[in-house]
Every structure is written in C-alpha cells, then in structure tokens.
Design a protein around this ligand. Structure first.
Ligand code: EPU
Length: 415
C-alpha cells in the first residue's frame, strides 16, 4: 500500500487548478443510463470513485470510449439491471443507478451499500419516495430489488434534504408522465449540475436551485455534451491548506458562489480572501478561532469539517466545530492529536485549541475528508510525517501530490 511522506513545515505558493467535482460527476454518470443516445462528458476526473462508477456502467452494458479529455458513453447497449455487491461495497454512490435503471428498464437490483466510516447512511428516503412513484421494492439477500409497471409522477416530500435521494428521485422521474415535485430537496450545487445535465439531454427539470424541484416527464432524450462544475470541496481543502500554512495561493476553475459560506466564515476569522468569476485568492493572514456547525447547503459543508478542524489547530484562540450531518465524522481527530493537536470531542462537537505546535508522527487515513485534514496538519508539522492508507485520498483528490508539489510543498508518494 502506498504512503505519503510530507516533509514539513511547508509553505505553499502559486496557482492550483481545481478538477471537476467528484460529487457532481458520480450522479451525472449514473444519469447516463437514462439515455439510449451518446453522451459526451468533458474532463471527468481521474479518481477511484469515478473509475468504480464507470466500471459499474460497463458491467451494466454501457459502452465507454475515451478521446482526449472527452469520454463518450453509449447506453443503447444497456443489457443488465443488476449492480452487484463487489462494486457497490467499494462505493456507496453506486445507489445512484437505482433511479435511472427503474426509469429506463422498469426494474433494478442494486446491492445495499451498507454503512461506512462516517456513519450508517441509510437509504430510506430514496426508497420510500420511489414507492410513492409506484415502485415495488423488496430488500432481500442484501439487495434492493425494485420494479415498476409504469413510473408515476408524484408529490414527494423529503424528511431531510438528502443529496443522494434528491438526485436519485430526479433521475427516476425523467420519463414519468406528468410532473413530479420534490419538496425539501437538497440545495447543493451538485444537484443543480445534475438538473442542468438532465436538461442538456432533453429532460425537463425546473425549480433548479430551489427547495422545490419539478421534473416533468419527457418521452425521449437526445445526444448531449456536458462538463460538470469545479469541485468546491477540493477548493475548500486547498484554501484551508493555504491559510493553515500562512501561504499565498490562487485557486482557479471553481465557482466562489459554491463556497460562499466557507469564504465568509474564513473572512470573519481574519482571512484575506479575494474572489473573482472563477477563482479564489487567499493571502497569508492572521486568523482567530470560530464557532460553526455543519449544515446542508448553503450552510458549512460537512465535507470541509475535517479540513477546518486542521486549520483551527493553527489559529489564535479556540474553536468549536459541530458535526450535524454524519454521526461518526471525527475519525481524523485522534490522528491530529498524534501530531500534537489539542482537541477534545464531546458529543457532536470538537473543541480545538489554536496555535498547536505540530510535529511529525506516523498517521493513518480513515476516510476521504479525514485524510485531507491530515495532509493539512502534516504540511504544518515539523519533520517528516508518514501518512498511511492514502487510497482514501485517491477516491476524491485528483493529482493531489502533483498539485501540492506545484505549490511548492515537499511531499512524496512511496510504495
Ligand atoms: N440520510 C438518511 N436517509 C437517506 C439518505 C440520507 O437518513 O435515505 C441521512 C444520512 O445518513 C446522513 C444525512 O442524511 O446523515 C445526509 O446524507 P445525504 O443523503 O445528503 O448524503 P449522501 O448523498 O449520502 C453526499 C455526498 C457526501 C456528502 C453528503 C452531504 C456524494 C457522492 N456524496 O452523500 O460526500 O458528505 O452528500 O453533503 O455526493 C464526500 O465526498 O466525502 C462525501 C461523503
């Protein structure tokens, strides 16, 4: 298994280009199943989760060809409705194929994703609302087996604005006769992106960017070309790495509107941040602590909580960060403590003392964003920090080592 060696402390300097968003492309890739026409997707990031989703599509019969930065998907060759355990267990987002398979083939058999490092992550909101659209669902042998004689448009009210459920239901409704309303829909930018993609394929989604999404069924879809939004969480990670290390960094190819809560919070903490149409620029700043709770968009993203904790170990004063989305998302904290951070966990909250003198120690990645927090801390720590289980990072950070090296960090990946 590969390891990362971070020779700290490191200063960063220069420009980093953000990749297209993993969490936008995962549902978009699933939505490819809806169409029997060719779909061309630009700049799909080279990430493990994306590779898993493409493999899943290929297993279902989709033909995939790559030409430069454009990957073409042809789901006219779709010949299976089954997403097996061996792939689904490696990536929860496989559940996204449920809605499109039901919409296109009227049946689907998808392995239940099970829990993961950050929480139990049930899919009840996906399933109860699919039932409202006429789907008959059985849970047997670890699989969701679903069929639908004819998908019905329905009024759906989500008990929580689940990102994945909003996406699955939007896809399920693409061909349903009439208008499906998804009330209390998630507002994350990746939802808007999926809606724009569905519309680019000839679907009819309205209410984009609101809590009430309306999908009016269409008879067929058309050939389309699409490029997903920049990865706001990757951008947030570089932003916090820059601030933690007292660096000047320009982060390009991301929409600052997708990170407004994050940049406003960091500004309140003292960060000197400038934003433009497609970039965020940050300068070395003296920061103070913060009190913040993670929340669905437009609130502070749970996917940036770990990185913020790492940053808060370096600011003046103390901070309190509460996690409200996932019940077990503080796995990075014991590892940060191994580097010398002073953090106490109480229930949903982490209490962080600032100005910690971090120094190297062997540490271990536990999930994707926890790993990002460890990198930030290692960049601040004195000495060589060895980070194990870096495959977690490969799931969501494209070219991480090269991007950090371009910014001047002394980082290497070893076998
Ligand atoms: N939930 C339920 N029932 C459901 C669905 C969700 O109780 O049927 C609960 C979850 O257990 C969780 C909360 O609702 O406590 C939020 O879950 P949500 O469905 O919104 O999250 P998700 O779709 O499973 C996506 C991202 C996550 C990100 C969350 C929240 C993708 C592929 N994943 O997950 O990203 O943390 O939204 O913003 O889009 C990551 O990239 O590291 C990551 C974990």
């Amino acid at each position: 298994m590969d390891k990362l060696l971070v020779h700290g402390p490191c200063k960063l300097n220069g420009t980093v280009k953000i990749s297209r968003a993993k969490n936008a492309y995962l549902p978009i890739l699933a939505a490819v199943l809806l169409s029997d026409k060719k779909i061309h997707l630009k700049n799909i990031p080279e990430l493990q989760d994306i590779k898993t989703m493409i493999k899943l599509l290929q297993n279902l019969g989709v033909t995939v060809t790559k030409n430069g930065n454009i990957t073409t998907f042809d789901a006219s060759t779709l010949n299976s409705h089954e997403a097996t355990y061996d792939l689904v267990k490696t990536m929860r987002a496989s559940i996204f194929v449920l809605g499109p398979l039901l919409a296109r083939l009227k049946k689907a058999k998808v392995s239940l994703p099970g829990g993961c490092a950050i929480g139990t992550r049930p899919i009840d909101i996906h399933l109860t609302n699919l039932e409202k659209m006429g789907c008959v669902i059985h849970l047997t042998g670890g699989y969701v087996e679903a069929s639908v004689p004819k998908m019905k448009a329905a009024h759906l009210l989500l008990s929580f604005p689940s990102v994945g459920a909003t996406e699955n239901l939007m896809m399920a409704a693409v061909f349903a006769e009439g208008t499906t309303t998804i009330d209390n829909a998630a507002l994350e930018p990746e939802i808007d992106d999926l809606a724009h993609f569905i519309n680019a394929m000839g679907g009819n989604v309205k209410g984009i960017g609101t809590k009430k999404i309306e999908v009016t069924g269409v008879k067929e879809l058309k050939e389309a070309t699409y490029e997903a939004i920049g990865d706001r969480i990757e951008a947030a990670t570089y932003l916090m790495a820059a601030l933690a290390t007292g660096s000047d960094v320009r982060i390009e190819e991301v929409d600052p509107a997708h990170l407004e809560f994050v940049t406003e919070l960091l500004k309140k903490m003292g960060a000197k941040i400038e934003t433009g149409a497609n970039y965020i620029k940050v300068e070395k700043s003296v920061l103070k602590g913060c009190h913040v709770d993670t929340a669905p968009f437009p609130g502070f993203p749970t996917d940036a909580q770990a990185q913020l904790i790492a940053l808060c170990t370096q600011v003046k004063g103390s901070s309190v960060i509460s996690e409200n989305i996932f019940e077990n998302r503080f796995m990075h904290v014991p590892e940060l403590i191994r580097l010398g951070a002073a953090i106490t966990l109480k229930g949903k909250s982490a209490f962080i003392e600032g100005e910690a003198k971090l120094s190297s120690a062997p540490i271990m990645c536990t999930d994707l964003r926890a790993s990002a927090a460890l990198i930030i801390a290692a960049l601040c720590a004195t000495g060589t920090t060895e980070i194990q289980r870096v495959y977690h990072l490969d799931r969501g950070y494209e070219n991480l080592v090269d991007k950090l090296k371009t910014l001047g960090a002394n980082v290497e990946r070893i076998k």
